[in-house]
Write a protein that binds this ligand. Structure first.
Ligand code: SAM
Length: 364
């Protein structure tokens, strides 16, 4: 029987199609704020290094959908996630997917269940590192369930605010109410119906994956070996999150990266490269706002461009972003997802891409 999970075959199929329209990733992850889903996965797969690498790092694992789709044989794979709830959920899926599906089935789509899950996760975050590691006084599958519940029952899959499961009274038109209630019911139904496939997809894709609970910034050694390939998808700089300025406090992850930390990391990376020290192959994610003609905006002022392009990184446009955020005027901003890479040997042909080197932006 043909192995449908053979990633190499899958990549060849993508190559033959020569288009990414309607292209789904081989394995889908669970719903996650900032998760890289859909077309994004096959697109970045063609920008991965063509030459073999020995070690791969998924530096900000999140839902782990990237790691799940790149299960190369003979590559030692690692993923780092700092948030305790997300880390525990991923470890439980990896260790016992059947039990994980069972506990998901006991999630109740109610505000009470959502709130108690949130409180439980706050309690887990308040534990000392030692007690968390030892698993003292809690059942880790309960932590995993609480995390999954807050993700699937929240607005934007952020785990912060409960997504009401009944249509609000402000909708008075009966037809509209039926339509909205149907969508909400489907959403609830999906918690249970979709979970087995999602969980087993992750489980398959994470076989042999070393999942680390810690900060990416404490594990930078992964970047410093030329045979390593590091995919880095941090919470974006605040200016890239694009929600109303006065709501910025709401735009974060439960475990976030401050701009200062972010920019220090970029400078350290650039200094290392400029001083000729060994460095692996790196793919770093970001985004840009675009105008109505598709031109990328504010290229010269961008921190990533300023710091990374002078030391040999290339910025490559991956795709139009589907989830557009509203600007101050309430209008949706159009964006593109981009990656910064420091190698030339991608799997595809360069002429298929829109990309920018230092000279393209800073001509003088
Ligand atoms: C943009 S999301 C990653 C999304 C992921 N690529 C996916 O497709 O689901 C960023 C993730 O980084 C985690 N995180 C925040 N600070 C971190 C740190 N210092 N080290 C590692 N992970 C961190 C957040 O909890 C979040 O899960």
């Amino acid at each position: 029987m043909k192995d449908i999970f053979n990633i190499e075959d899958y990549n060849i199929k993508l190559w033959e199609r020569n288009t990414f329209k309607d292209c789904a990733p081989l394995r889908d992850g669970y719903t996650y704020f900032g998760g890289k889903r859909g077309e994004y996965i096959p697109r970045i797969s063609m920008l991965f290094p063509e030459s073999r690498f020995k070690v791969m790092l998924d530096g900000f694992m999140g839902s782990g959908v990237v790691s799940a789709n790149f299960n190369y044989s003979g590559v030692s794979r690692n993923a780092i996630e700092y948030n305790r709830g997300t880390y525990t959920l991923n470890k439980c899926i990896q260790d016992n997917p059947a039990k994980m599906i069972q506990v998901i089935n006991s999630i109740e789509p109610t505000l009470e269940f959502f709130n108690s899950s949130k409180e439980f996760l706050e309690y887990i975050d308040s534990l000392s590192v030692d007690n968390f590691k030892k698993g003292k006084g809690f059942d880790r599958f309960e932590v995993a369930r609480a995390k999954y519940a807050t993700l699937v029952l929240s607005l934007n899959s952020k785990g912060e605010t409960f997504k009401r499961q009944v249509v609000s009274d402000k909708y008075t038109d009966p037809i509209e109410r039926i339509r909205l209630q149907y969508a909400l019911d489907k959403r609830t139904e999906n918690i249970y119906l979709k979970a087995p496939k999602i969980i087993y997809d992750c489980y398959e894709g994470w076989k042999g994956l070393n999942i680390i609970n810690g900060s990416f910034f404490d594990n930078l050694d992964f970047l410093y070996h030329k045979e390593n390939f590091c995919f880095i998808d941090p919470p974006y700089l605040f200016s890239k999150r694009g929600i109303y300025d006065n709501r910025k406090k709401d735009t974060g992850y439960a475990t976030d990266v401050r701009d200062k930390e972010h920019i220090e990391f970029l400078h350290d990376l650039a200094d290392r490269i400029k001083s000729g020290k060994e460095i692996g192959k790196i793919m770093l994610c970001s985004n840009f706002e675009i105008d109505e003609n598709g031109n990328l905006l504010d290229l010269q002022d961008d921190y990533y461009n300023q710091i990374l392009l002078p030391c040999g990184f290339r910025m490559v446009v991956v795709m139009d972003k589907r989830a557009c955020e509203a600007g101050k005027d309430g209008k949706k901003k159009r964006k593109v997802e981009v990656v910064y890479i420091n190698y030339d040997d991608i799997r595809d042909y360069w002429h298929n891409y829109r990309y920018f080197d230092y000279k393209d932006i800073y001509k003088d």
